[in-house]
Design a protein. Sequence first.
Length: 335
Amino acid sequence: MHPPASASTAPDLSPIAELLGRLALAPRQTHKALTLWPLVLREDVPLAEGPGYVPLARALEDGSVQIDELDERGSVPLVRVRNRGSLDVLFLFGEEIRGAKQNRIANASFLVPARGELVIDVSCVEQGRWGRRGRIDFAPSGEIFSQRMRKKMAQRVAESRRRGGRFEANQMEVWQEIGERLAQTHTASATDSYEDYVRSRRADLSDLLAAFRPLGRQVGFLAVAGDRIVGLEAIGRPEVFAEQFEGLVRSYAVDAIDPPLGERARERRAAGADSPEAFLAALGRAPAERARSLGLGDDLRIEGEGVAGCALVAGEVIHLTAFPSPAASLAPGEG
């Protein structure tokens, strides 16, 4: 394993730099167009003690959490989360919930407090439905929205937050992305849903997912599509990351399967697939705007030289999403 270039033990580190300093890169895993560099806790780093928090899907399945519309009229960009359990619950950025009046995804990562209630910002991923059918509230889907689209959403949410707004994304961009994918794959969908698009790619996704498995002490990965670093995901606790692993990989796999027109050619010309240290170093140095989240912890909006992203921090980094920024190159040897 190779320590990331950003590793440091300085006491004034940002939460992101502190997390990266505790990690090491494991050997990369590659299948077809997708490569993952696992990020694992170093052997000298103790594991966190105590129950911490649990993933949303588990809490929904055991009935300790219920998600529904604000009221019977509903509101497209908002849903209500009730946590009746004794543990905090992590609702990941881009995590899809299905049911109620239309399927939604979270516009950021939120930590819902034990025995608490939260109204969170969401985006619709099923444009053609507004009415209950089947399950009357929301259930987990196991999907996390396309990383490429989450990157756009993160930028829109950052703009909203800087204006003093909520965690607002651009709903029309989300619908447009889904529509383009349905058209590109010749997928029929009565409600223009992301669910139908993903279902149409089931065979290709299964083939890619079979090649990747979480490692012991793994808390994240850096993803490469073709020859281009496309993003990073990290969850502070290995046991929670393991439960979210498949959904996070699927978020990158759908983009590797269906890149935009011309993307494959650009990926072949780009650099950086064999030098993730430059990306990690830039991420560790990047400044972040910090503000209170809707639930527990703080929301970080990261923007630095050649890198951007967002994170939820509550004493530790709960969830981090990062991606290259077009502002600067991250070719091997830079940074």
